[in-house]
Design a protein around this ligand. Structure first.
Ligand SMILES: Nc1nc2c(ncn2[C@@H]2O[C@H](COP(=O)(O)OP(=O)(O)OP(=O)(O)O)[C@@H](O)[C@H]2O)c(=O)[nH]1
Ligand SMILES: [Mg+2]
Length: 325
């Protein structure tokens, strides 16, 4: 399914100008969200009291020229591990991932990325995400595949703590920092994470989230949503024997979610970071397996660009160009 919104691609820009967009970029942590619509209280004349009104939304998203990836999942469902595995895969095997030029990520986001890469190689899992903070990681991903059909893209990952996602249950709302992204007219891709061992408790919550998106005016038929069953290694296997295995799991344990997925034709997959073992009270990765991270990364790229990351066009393109000379 392709984003209706036009993906942000560097093909649309002349490189000279892109690097001049510095002032678009603020500190990319939650400082990036300002409150332009909140008026300060004016001096009040005794006889003529005046209460300022705020116009609509009080928070806006800065720098919308990107493809946003929003993770949904309860605490410890595995969101940060999936994010770090996707980043690691993109940067180590599929191409180069670099912080977006002119958009110095907040120090915190830089630290997060450096930690991810350093730790994952040592088998150390990422730290738990801090509540109420939206960490925004802005990158340019430059694929190794040099086909013209496989352009560099801009990716902005939104990392939030699972605790925040509990806030939307029973008609609640997210903190403003998260709401701002969901209210904005930006290309959003959603990765919904629930784990192998907890999925059966989270069926209703996931449906609530999908309803929430619809209330926000997102037509699920046009939005990219991927359901990921994380910690699949807990099944005793690093993969699935066949597609039916995953289908059965989802229809048994997540029947309501499954129903929505089928209605809206959304995507589903599983994820595992490899083998995880408890060593002296601490969970550590004892075998790193990036196969499922690769599937998610490729899903993302395909949805944004409309072509596969490993699109085999280069050879034909070369022939075409040599003929047309
Ligand atoms: N066996 C196994 N355990 C995993 C896997 N991924 C994550 N875990 C475990 O789940 C824990 C939580 O993972 P996180 O990615 O930090 O979870 P999160 O959803 O980001 O949690 P919050 O930041 O609290 O919202 C990890 O510390 C691991 O112990 C996996 O693929 N396999
Ligand atoms: Mg996290």
């Amino acid at each position: 399914m392709i984003n209706k919104d036009k993906p942000f691609s560097f093909d649309d820009y002349d490189n000279e100008n892109i690097f001049q967009k510095h002032d678009d970029f603020q500190d990319l942590n939650h400082h990036s969200i300002e409150n332009p619509a909140i008026y300060s209280t004016p001096e009040v004349d005794d006889d003529d009291s005046f209460v300022p009104t705020s116009s609509g939304s009080t928070t806006t998203v800065q720098n919308k020229d990107s493809n946003f990836v929003f993770f949904y999942g309860t605490s410890a469902s595995g969101k940060s591990v999936i994010l770090s595995a996707i980043l690691y895969y993109l940067n180590s095997f599929a191409g180069v991932l670099r912080p977006k030029l002119g958009s110095p990520n907040s120090r915190e986001a830089h630290v997060l990325l450096a930690d991810f890469f350093e730790n994952i190689k040592k088998g150390i899992l990422p730290n738990r995400t801090t509540r109420d903070q939206v960490t925004r990681l802005d990158f340019v991903f430059d694929p190794n595949n040099k086909s013209k059909k496989v352009p560099p893209i801009s990716l902005s990952f939104l990392e939030t703590a699972g605790e925040n996602h509990n806030e939307i249950s029973r008609g609640g709302k997210y903190v403003d920092g998260i709401e701002a992204y969901l209210n904005s007219d930006i290309p959003l891709n959603f990765i919904i994470v629930t784990s192998y061992d907890r999925a059966h408790h989270e069926d209703a919550k996931i449906v609530e989230f999908l309803d929430y998106l619809e209330r926000k005016g997102k037509n699920l038929k046009n939005v990219n949503v991927l359901l990921v069953i994380s910690k699949w290694d807990k099944s005793g296997n690093l993969g699935v024997d066949n597609e039916q295995h995953l289908e059965n799991f989802i229809s048994e344990r997540l029947s309501m979610t499954n129903n929505r997925i089928d209605t809206y034709n959304l995507s589903k997959t599983y994820f595992t970071i490899g083998n995880v073992q408890n060593q002296a009270g601490m969970e550590k990765i004892t075998l790193l397996n990036l196969d499922s991270a690769e599937i998610i990364a490729k899903w993302l790229y395909h949805n944004i660009v409309g072509y596969d990351l490993d699109y085999e066009g280069t050879f034909w393109e070369k022939i075409k160009f040599s003929f047309s000379k």
